[in-house]
Design a protein around this ligand. Structure first.
Ligand code: NDP
Length: 453
């Protein structure tokens, strides 16, 4: 059995059967058997089923939010937002089956046109930080495009995925269209990657595992999309609204207790503004409410596991330049107080590695050119922010920073309607937005000869 732990209490929240490689094989076989009928469902009917699925999730919004908050240790307000996003994602991609457009292309002697064909069975491997939300970014476009799916959630957080499988049936999706296997990545995830009947793997998680998935998928020339780690820069220029930039910086790096691939964990601050910024940042960090995920006032919960806490703590050892330390509860639970290190060099370990916990590194910079150089001096390129009142500078920097998603005078990264994904070792492929179904279809070119031979 798989024992699921509640991070805020360290107690067992649930026990569920632990899937094996043989279970993955059986799930793939069911998904493969279900595929011909699913791809043949008329586009309007597939759209209606996805809309109904969104409605069923909306009906279970409270139940799923509490389950996610308890299993992942995230504030209930955040969990509600995430389940709301799951509903929105299915609503958005319910529009896709009837918009899988092709081209007609002028050619001699006939008609050339393209159609978008589904891939078949798609394997989805997802992490523990935003369990059902990240799964939905893959599930909704994959299903809309006419694929069947086998979802492998992280072992630490399988509960909302397992519930989702039940709700998909309740909404009327046929058996086998959505399969969920809750088992270890090294066994069940790896089996999905090597399975000859899995046409594609869509993965979110660490860069290290992403690398092994890309390598493993090469054996069967499997399609792969990878959404991996980040070490994003929050660039604060001296001419910015410093109060606003400082007030929103904690949310951008301590949200989800820092366990966010988009975390702006490197805060780059122009030297002349450093003291004022740090003063305002301290106020904001002190005000952060860290505690019971089910308390409505909570803004940050515990880390996911004891192992994650140990890993995060290794960045705040004896000689770390701790400038600001927030608070966290004592007692059971994987708590870690929000921490700001300053000044940090971009060569320090805290600036180079994805900490995936509530630890921010403040790195001073001299001018625009140095800010860009520092922002780009990383193997990652997922998200980032730029704070300045100079519009032209904001756009220059936005074009120069090598990252997939950027916000100016704000810290947002993910929207259902806009593409999300990384440059460099943050991965490849884009999720969400109008083109996400491209990643779950093949383009087929058909030529119809109309002239006599
Ligand atoms: P992983 O990359 O190990 O896990 C992500 C998913 O991949 C999980 O479902 C996991 O399964 C599965 N998996 C693990 N090993 C394999 C494998 N060999 N083949 C196929 N699938 C596999 O991330 P962790 O959860 O262990 O977190 C470690 C670090 O990764 C974090 O500290 C953070 O730095 C980064 N991370 C980044 C995320 C992001 O959103 N970019 C998300 C999560 C982590 P299981 O866990 O069940 O074994």
């Amino acid at each position: 059995m798989l024992r699921v732990i509640e991070p805020a209490t360290e107690e067992v929240l649930a026990e569920v059967p632990r899937a094996t490689a043989a279970d993955v094989d059986a799930a793939v076989a069911r998904a493969r058997a279900a595929w011909p009928a699913w791809r043949a469902v008329a586009p309007g009917d597939r759209a209606a089923l996805l809309r109904r699925l969104a409605d069923v999730i909306a009906k279970h919004h409270d139940e799923l939010s509490v389950l996610e908050a308890r299993n992942a240790g995230k504030p209930i307000g955040d969990a509600r937002g995430e389940i709301g996003m799951v509903v929105d994602t299915f609503r958005y991609y319910a529009g896709a089956p009837e918009r899988l457009l092709g081209d007609t292309i002028p050619v001699a002697g006939g008609l050339g046109f393209t159609v978008r064909e589904p891939l078949g069975v798609v394997g989805l491997i997802t992490p523990w930080n935003f369990p059902l939300a990240i799964a939905s970014w893959k599930l909704a476009p994959a299903l809309a495009a006419g694929n069947t799916v086998v979802l492998k959630p992280a072992e630490l957080t399988p509960l909302t995925a397992l519930r989702f499988a039940e709700l998909a049936l309740e909404a009327g999706l046929p058996e086998g269209v959505v399969e969920v296997v809750a088992g270890p990545g090294s066994e069940c995830g790896a089996r999905l990657v090597e399975h000859p009947d899995v046409a594609k793997v869509a993965f979110t998680g660490s860069t290290e595992v992403g690398r092994s998935i890309a390598a493993g998928a090469a054996a069967t020339i499997k399609r792969v999309t990878l959404e991996l780690g980040g070490k994003s820069a929050n660039i604060v220029f001296a001419d910015a609204d410093l109060e606003q930039a400082a007030a929103s910086a904690p949310g951008a790096v301590f949200g989800n207790a820092g366990q966010d691939c988009c975390a702006r964990s490197r805060i780059l601050v122009e030297r002349g503004a450093l003291d004022r910024f740090m003063e305002a940042l301290e106020e904001a960090v002190d005000a952060l409410q860290v505690g019971d995920p089910l308390d409505e006032a909570t803004q940050m919960g515990p880390l996911i596991s004891a192992g994650q806490r140990e890993q995060v703590a290794s960045f705040v050892n004896g000689d770390a330049p701790i400038a600001i330390r927030g608070s966290a509860p004592d007692g059971p639970g994987f708590w870690f107080a929000p921490t700001v290190l300053c000044p940090v060099s971009n060569d320090d370990r805290a600036a180079r590695e994805e900490i995936f916990g509530p630890v921010a590194a403040v790195i001073p910079f001299r001018d625009e050119a140095e800010a860009i150089a520092l922002a780009n001096d990383t193997i990652y390129g997922l998200s980032g922010s730029i704070w300045t009142r100079d519009g032209a500078k904001a756009l220059r920097v936005a074009r120069a920073v090598e990252t997939g998603v950027l916000s100016i005078n704000s810290n947002t990264s993910v929207r259902v309607s806009t593409p999300f994904g990384g440059f460099k070792q943050s991965g490849y492929g884009r999720e969400l937005g109008p083109h996400a179904t491209d990643a779950y279809t093949e383009v087929k070119t058909v030529y119809y000869a109309t002239e006599g031979r």
